[in-house]
Design a protein around this ligand. Structure first.
Ligand SMILES: NC(=O)c1ccc[n+]([C@@H]2O[C@H](COP(=O)([O-])OP(=O)(O)OC[C@H]3O[C@@H](n4cnc5c(N)ncnc54)[C@H](O)[C@@H]3O)[C@@H](O)[C@H]2O)c1
Ligand SMILES: O=c1ccn([C@@H]2O[C@H](COP(=O)(O)OP(=O)(O)O[C@H]3O[C@H](CO)[C@@H](O)[C@H](O)[C@H]3O)[C@@H](O)[C@H]2O)c(=O)[nH]1
Length: 450
């Protein structure tokens, strides 16, 4: 029986391995993690992450061929294929701080694998990593290999949170990169055979290692770039009376452009887009390509601009101050159908409003009060480390309250996702701002915002 071990029981490791276990009953899958509470939660009825459809898949396989454990070394030693799906946050200090990927967790995982392995292993990069990481990992693994053969594969994950199970069951593609040697190709085939249990052959793409690693960063950069493009146009819509929904629809009807990922918003969030673009920018700089680096940097600049533009709209429409004013925030996670708050635009918006002394009341049924308080006090990039290694937030933000009832009625409504029926709300008496839509007469008379 083939044995798979996955290091990292997070948003990627958990769902990905659950679906492999579901689709490959002949394979034993064990997901391991350094966090004790996280593994305890995976073994309970209250899974550590919210993802539609995940509970059912886990219930079906757990105890059959899917296991969650803190006994990392035992499961690594026994496995034929080891997926590494640990955190790869943005570096906060030292060379490349604020841009480069911090590979501390990856490196310690690789050293541990090298230490405990007693038989040949296929080691799969599931985390998103800089191009050429496989080369460094190979060095660590083979440095003291005691005659053991390690093959490194790159198999980046493309799932989106909120639709992870759907994405894993029907992926647009599975990408596998490996060495172009006979041993490398044998390892590629072994991993391909796993996915071939449910993914059509022509959707499994085989490339060299560096193409696979770079494709992941490039895909996220392209996706984020579409959002920044439509968000840039949303500002122009507001200035001209055009409607961004109509513009995006008309643009997306061109089959070369396509309709997806063109929803204007308060800005993209999530643990991946910003981190991966910063990483791409850093790699371009290191390779002497400043023009390319600046091109991608602009995607993040527009995203930051969109978030502060939204805050400025709120403040300027309430006579240029929100000091002491009660503002309800509906939704705190970075998108619907998830409780994940990593890099959510809501953090920047709340911090912006708190900077102007607003009193904020937050409602999100998937996010705990403790998490919201941590998010509003945490330093930049600390959020992407394993939760038990994050610094504790020193004090709670007093102007913030968290509510479990969404029905409180403010006079103004600022829709950062264009999800409400603005006309209906206006009929009830609200003053409404929707991103990229013709402005309410009230807002038109207020000072212009940048
Ligand atoms: N979240 C997504 O939607 C998504 C999608 C595709 C790729 N990715 C990438 O996948 C990787 C993981 O992301 P995530 O969202 O699952 O993160 P996560 O924080 O949810 O999970 C990572 C887990 O790894 C554990 N860990 C850290 N070091 C470890 C070690 N040495 N041994 C065992 N466990 C260890 C942590 O405790 C944590 O539970 C990142 O590189 C990310 O960029 C994420
Ligand atoms: O038209 C759109 C689409 C998305 N968003 C926002 O963009 C962010 C990211 O959304 P999404 O991409 O759906 O979720 P993620 O879970 O961050 O998934 C992205 O990042 C993952 C991690 O690398 C990749 O695996 C996925 O393919 C990639 O879509 C969220 O804040 C969305 O609200 C918009 O503002 N407008």
């Amino acid at each position: 029986m083939v044995k798979i071990c996955c290091l990292g029981a997070g948003y990627v490791g958990g769902p990905t391995m659950a679906v492999i276990a579901l689709k490959c009953p002949a394979i034993e899958v064990c997901v391991v993690d350094i966090s004790v509470p996280r593994i305890a939660a995976w073994n309970s009825d209250q899974l550590p992450i919210y993802e539609p459809g995940l509970d059912e898949v886990v219930k079906q396989c757990r105890g059959r061929n899917l296991f969650f454990s803190n006994d990392i070394e035992k499961h690594v030693a026994e496995a034929d294929i080891i997926f590494v799906s640990v955190n790869t946050p943005t570096k906060t200090r030292g060379l490349g701080a604020g841009k480069a990927a911090d590979l501390t967790y990856w490196e310690s995982a690789a050293r541990m694998i090298a230490d405990v392995a007693k038989s040949d292993k296929i080691v799969v990069e599931k985390s998103t990593v800089p191009v050429k990481t496989a080369e460094a990992i190979e060095k660590i693994l083979t440095h003291n290999s005691k005659g053991i053969n390690f093959q490194i594969l790159s198999n980046p994950e493309f799932l989106a949170e909120g639709t992870a199970i759907e994405d894993l069951l029907k992926p647009d593609r599975v990408l596998i990169g490996g060495r172009e040697t006979p041993e490398g190709q044998k390892a590629v085939k072994a991993l391909k055979d796993v996915y071939a249990n449910w993914v059509p052959e022509d959707s499994i793409l085989i490339t060299n290692l560096w193409s696979a690693e770079l494709s992941k960063l490039a895909a996220n950069a392209f996706l984020a770039q579409r959002i920044s493009s439509v968000n840039a146009i949303s500002a122009l819509c507001e200035a001209t009376g055009a409607n961004v929904t109509e513009v995006a629809y008309a643009v997306g009807k061109d089959s070369r452009i396509g309709p997806k990922f063109l929803n204007a918003s308060v800005g993209f969030g999530g643990s991946c887009f910003q981190k991966d673009i910063l990483n791409l920018v850093y790699i371009c700089e290191c390779n002497g390509l400043p023009e390319v680096a600046n091109y991608w940097k602009q995607v993040i600049k527009i995203n930051d601009y969109q978030k502060s533009r939204f805050v400025n709209r709120v403040v300027s429409s309430m006579f240029n101050t929100v000091s002491g004013k009660k503002i309800a925030v509906l939704g705190f996670a970075f998108k619907k159908d998830t409780g994940d708050t990593r890099e959510t635009a809501a953090i920047d918006v709340c911090k912006g409003l708190l900077g102007d002394k607003a009193k904020i009341s937050i409602y999100d049924p998937q996010v705990t009060e403790d998490q919201i308080q941590r998010d509003l006090t945490m330093n930049k990039f600390d959020w992407d480390h394993p939760i038990h290694l994050q610094p504790m937030s020193p004090t709670a933000v007093k102007q913030v309250s968290v509510t479990w009832d969404a029905y409180e009625k403010p006079a103004f409504l600022f829709d950062g996702r264009n999800v409400i029926d603005a006309e209906k709300m206006r009929e009830i008496g609200f003053i409404v701002y929707s991103i990229g839509k013709p402005l309410d007469p009230w807002l038109k008379d207020m000072p212009a915002v940048a």
